[in-house]
Design a protein around this ligand. Sequence first.
Ligand SMILES: [Zn+2]
Length: 261
Amino acid sequence: MSVPAPGPRPHRLGEMTTVEAAEAVTTAPVVLIPAGAFEQHGPGMPLATDLIRAEHVCDLVAAELNGRAVIGPPLPVGVSPHHRAFAGTVSLTPATLAALTREYVTGLHQHGWRRILVVTGHAGNNATLGTVAQDLLATLPELEFAWTPLTALAADVVAGLGVSEVHGHGGEAETAQLLHLAPHLVRADLLTAGTTGLGQLDPLARLSRHGGHPTLAVPYDRLSPNGVLGDPRRVTADDGEAVVSAIVSRVAAFVTEWLAT
Ligand SMILES: [Zn+2]
């Protein structure tokens, strides 16, 4: 699987004319909305890591769907208050992200689209997207709204990479994806391990990482001094290709089945 070259991409709504958009409502009945975050990803990766991954995945899914999906306006900033201690992080409140998502959806709905899938590179957006989905069931009952995170779709592939006991943000899975999709944006010489084991965490932070009990929110500066969970130096672009390819084929398979309903 290759990464799309720069230049006009026929499936991006923002690169179409209004005449082409009017045709796309019929020929491409699914709109993919890439959602990201503007937040620290450790010393070696850019603030827009989550949006960059989401946009590339949407490009690849749309290419696999042969014109049956278009990519709508991106949501470049997400819900990231847990990263606020780190420079450059800009966050929306959940209410603002919910309002933006609803207003994008309403606009697309007005022009005739009835199936919308938000692809979020940032797990901090998940709770808000779930809330929006519930709202839309009541406010636009004829709309079919779906959303998905990225890395969680390929959890089996990520587990096969031999990840650290503690891994996640800015760690093995995200770094591998960016090394594959946008290697020029990874400062390979600056990639640094963050928290890799539960034993490195203080008791409150450790409690927040255990499964099987209530969710406890803690800020990232409490989880990792450099903002990274895992060791981003352990992965390669080939690892990233394996993760991205699993995500793309699973999202594309979902959309294909959706279109058949
Ligand atoms: Zn991220």
